[in-house]
Design a protein around this ligand. Structure first.
Ligand SMILES: [Zn+2]
Length: 309
C-alpha cells in the first residue's frame, strides 16, 4: 500500500445524519454545522437547509470552510407532496418546493443536488408514475441549469422508505428517460446502506448504475430485527449490532467502485459518510471510528488489488 484513500477520493460527511436532531430543528442545524465544517478529514459536506432563516449564514460558513457542498434535498413524501402523483396540483406543489431547494443548493455553491422519488404507488401504477417522475426530474434539471447536476438516489421499496425508485436498473432507466427529454445534467447516487434494503448485491447495484454514478454515500442499515430502533433505512454506523455493513462489506463495495472506474487513477470523486453516531459515542469520536474503518478497509482493498491501488 503506497497511497492512501485521500489520493483516490474527496471524502465527505453528511451533516444531518451525524446530527440527526438537525432534521427537525433549524437551531440545531446551524449550531452544529460549524462542528462538521471544522473537521479536517473532509473536503465535502452533504447537507440540506431546513428553512430560510439561516440560509445566508450557512452559505457563509460553507464558503469560509472551503468544503464542497453536495445538497441533499429532503424526501418529498410529506403531506401534499409527491413528485409523481396522478394529481397535477400535487405534482406542481412538489415541484415548487423542490425548486426552493435548488435555489438553496446554488446559494451554498453546490454543484450537485441529490433528489429522490416519492412513495411507491404499488405495482399497477409504477410504470405510469415512473414517466411522471422522469418529467419531474427533467423539469427540475432545466430549472437548476447546467451548473447544478441532479443526482437521483435510489431507495428501498419494501422495508424502510418504500419509494417508487429503485431498483437500481429502474433508477438507471429514469436517467435515460430524462436524457431522452434533452436534459444532460442528471445522474445517479449509490448508497451502500440502501443496497441491502433494495435486495440487491453491491456488485449488481454498482454494475447497473456504473455509467451514471456521480456521488456515493457510505453507511449501513438494519433489516433483520424489526424491533431495533434503527430498523429500516435509518443509517446506523458501520458495525452497529445487527446491522448489515462493516469493514468486510466496505472492502467489497470499494473494490466494486474501482472495477467500474468510479475510483481510479487521476480521479478524486466524492464519497460521503452518511451514518449516525455510535450509541454512547460523541460525533467526533464516531467520525474517528468511521475513518479507522475506512483505513482498515483500504488496506484490504490494496492487498486485493495489488499495485493497482
Ligand atoms: Zn444516502
Amino acid at each position: 500500500m503506497t497511497r492512501g484513500w485521500q489520493t483516490y477520493m474527496r471524502l465527505g460527511i453528511n451533516h444531518h445524519l451525524l446530527f440527526p436532531r438537525s432534521f427537525e430543528s433549524a437551531e440545531t442545524h446551524i449550531r452544529t454545522l460549524p462542528q462538521v465544517l471544522a473537521m479536517d478529514a473532509f473536503e465535502v459536506v452533504d447537507l440540506f437547509i431546513l428553512d430560510e432563516s439561516y440560509l445566508d449564514q450557512a452559505a457563509g460558513l460553507v464558503a469560509q470552510s472551503g468544503k464542497q457542498a453536495v445538497y441533499n434535498c429532503p424526501l418529498m413524501t410529506g403531506p401534499g407532496f409527491n413528485p409523481h402523483s396522478f394529481d397535477e396540483a400535487v405534482r406542481q406543489a412538489t415541484l415548487s418546493e423542490a425548486k426552493l431547494h435548488m435555489d438553496r443548493a446554488k446559494l451554498l455553491g453546490a454543484r450537485m443536488a441529490v433528489v429522490a422519488s416519492g412513495s411507491d404507488p404499488g405495482e399497477d401504477d409504477r410504470a405510469k408514475q415512473s414517466i411522471l417522475f422522469a418529467d419531474y426530474v427533467a423539469e427540475l434539471c432545466r430549472y437548476a441549469g447546467p451548473e447544478l447536476e441532479l443526482i437521483i438516489e435510489p431507495f428501498d421499496r419494501s422495508i424502510g422508505k418504500r419509494l417508487l425508485i429503485g431498483s437500481t436498473p429502474e433508477a438507471a432507466a429514469i436517467v435515460e428517460l430524462v436524457r431522452k427529454l434533452g436534459v444532460g445534467n442528471v445522474g445517479l447516487l449509490i448508497d451502500m446502506g440502501h443496497v441491502p434494503l433494495m435486495e440487491e448485491t453491491f456488485d449488481f447495484a454498482i454494475r447497473h448504475s456504473a455509467p451514471y454514478i456521480r456521488h456515493v454515500h457510505l453507511g449501513s442499515c438494519v433489516m433483520n430485527n424489526p424491533s431495533d430502533p434503527l430498523y429500516g433505512d435509518m443509517h446506523p454506523p458501520w458495525g452497529y449490532p445487527g446491522g448489515e455493513n462493516d469493514v468486510p462489506e466496505l472492502v467489497q463495495f470499494l473494490c466494486g467502485l474501482f472495477e467500474v472506474g468510479y475510483l481510479g487513477e487521476g480521479k478524486r470523486p466524492t464519497v460521503t459518510f452518511e451514518m449516525r453516531p455510535y450509541p454512547n459515542r460523541s460525533e467526533s469520536a464516531s467520525v474517528a471510528l468511521f475513518i479507522d474503518k475506512l483505513e482498515e478497509a483500504w488496506r484490504q482493498v490494496a492487498l486485493k488489488r495489488g499495485k493497482s491501488v
